[in-house]
Design a protein around this ligand. Structure first.
Ligand SMILES: CC(C)(COP(=O)(O)OP(=O)(O)OC[C@H]1O[C@@H](n2cnc3c(N)ncnc32)[C@H](O)[C@@H]1OP(=O)(O)O)[C@@H](O)C(=O)NCCC(=O)NCCS
Length: 431
């Protein structure tokens, strides 16, 4: 790397040269705006649908190196967090930027635990949904509705107000998610149990029936804890970008987070693990795997749960999930689909087609199997993603609010429509 951290651009339309600074491996799109800018001509813009090569922010929350298979929250490797931490400690880390002291941790856990209840009117709102309402639709609207219960939340420049809403959101998401699940089953909603840990309480709200107290299996609570840690943040993905874009209008965090839930609802973002399950069920028995793989190689279909836009060697989250699979199946009994998944993975990892394209199992390859073993219907899988991701969305939202460089998100366009048409009134056009 030389000291010449600049880019020289020659505009062949005019012959003019421009020297643009390069900072942190990026050039400012606004600097391109100076190129070719005249009194009547706009400057050069960059065109990047889907933001494939555009950095929208500086961020100190999550680091990913896709080629090396590295994922770190606030500098801590995901493997160490999944092995040794809890979801609430990780949420604290994401939100505050550093690990808590014992005192900070106790206060944080207490705060979250004692904000798990939601207003009874919100319960009535949930009860108003049709019996077959998709739980993500219910979650999306109930998170948005929270803003009406806490109108002070719009005061986003007050750090105390911000903190209160962060606590409320992380605390109430499992309640809203669990109640959406119970609704679909026609079962009564279960109130939070403040004696239980975050994931134990979630399991209680999901599965408690007539017993006085629900005692979740600690292995299941731990597996869910690991899954929650793995899904807590993933830098500037589609839903985080949605939270930031909506949050840039300075709306309250409930509205911003509901836009994140909406983005996650889409099949290209949160739906892949469900597609893996469908694929495994369709294959049915291990002897059908070779024919299936041949079909994939011919381009008939994709091997769902393989490949990733960012991770090109392995997805570090997939390695951790594989361990959690064993723990869960120890409790629930082995799902016959696991055998097919393992055999598929073994064959694909030895096959030149997958090796040459750097296709490895991603986080979704095994998470659907765990969720199914825990008796979640596929519609719930994305809810299980949205609950922990709320911590990441909020960490990113807090960063946005404090970032002096951020402005309201407002991309440019290349206009391709007509101009200056003459309007003919309907009576004339139709006569
Ligand atoms: C995740 C995904 C969208 C990444 O896509 P991408 O980075 O744009 O990769 P590309 O589509 O450019 O794929 C590169 C090559 O690998 C192939 N490929 C990618 N994923 C594949 C898969 N799961 N099965 C079979 N072939 C695959 C592509 O067909 C392409 O082959 P080609 O070079 O012969 O045309 C893609 O791998 C995929 O669709 N995976 C399955 C869905 C999934 O599990 N999604 C969850 C992601 S967390």
């Amino acid at each position: 790397m030389t000291d010449n951290q600049t880019l020289t651009v020659r505009d062949n339309r005019t012959g003019e040269e421009y020297e643009l600074p390069i900072v942190d491996g990026t050039v400012r799109a606004a600097d391109f705006g100076k190129i070719g800018k005249g009194e009547d001509t706009p400057g050069l813009a960059v065109y990047d649908p889907g933001f494939l090569n555009t950095a929208s922010t500086r961020s100190a929350v999550t680091f990913i190196d896709g080629d090396k298979g590295i994922l770190e929250y606030r500098g801590y490797p995901i493997e160490q967090l999944a092995e040794n931490s809890t979801f609430l400690e990780v949420a604290y880390l994401l939100i505050h930027g550093e690990l808590p002291t014992q005192e900070q941790h106790e206060k944080w856990v207490h705060e979250i635990t004692f904000h798990t209840f939601v207003h009874e009117n919100l319960k009535s709102q949930l009860q108003g949904f049709r019996y077959d309402a998709h739980p993500m639709g219910m979650l999306l609207s109930s998170v948005g509705a929270l803003s009406t219960f806490y109108p002070e939340a719009r005061n986003i420049h007050d750090p105390k107000v911000r903190h209160d809403q962060v606590v409320r959101l992380i605390a109430k998401m499992p309640t809203l998610g669990a109640w959406s699940f119970r609704h679909a089953q026609g079962k009564p909603y279960v109130y939070p149990d403040n004696d239980l840990s975050y994931t134990e309480n979630f399991l209680s709200m999901l599965f408690k029936m007539s017993e006085q107290k629900y005692n979740p299996d600690p292995r299941l609570a731990k597996a869910l804890e690991v899954l929650f840690i793995l899904h807590a943040d993933h830098e500037q993905n589609c839903s985080t970008n949605a939270v930031r874009a909506v949050g840039s209008s300075q709306v309250d965090p409930y509205s911003a987070v509901s836009s994140g839930v909406a983005a996650l609802y889409g099949p290209l973002h949160g739906g892949a693990n469900e597609a893996v399950l469908k694929m495994l069920k369709r294959i049915g028995t291990p002897d059908k795997i070779p024919a299936f793989i041949e079909g994939v190689k011919k381009g008939d279909e994709k091997l769902m749960g393989f490949g990733h836009r960012v991770y090109k060697n392995f997805d570090p989250r997939a390695t951790i999930i594989k361990k959690a699979v064993d723990d869960v199946f120890e409790v629930t009994g082995v799902n016959p689909l696991l055998e097919i998944a393992q055999e598929l993975e073994r064959i694909a990892l030895e096959d030149e087609y997958f090796i040459s394209r750097k296709l490895y199992p991603n986080v979704d390859f095994y998470s659907g199997l765990i969720y199914e073993a825990l008796k979640f219907p596929p519609e719930m899988f994305t809810v299980l993603f949205a609950i922990p991701r709320t911590a990441g969305w909020l960490a990113q939202w807090l960063e946005l609010v404090d970032d002096k460089e951020q402005k309201i998100a407002r991309p440019k366009q290349i206009y391709t429509g007509d101009r200056q048409l003459e309007f003919v009134p309907a009576a004339k056009r139709w006569s």
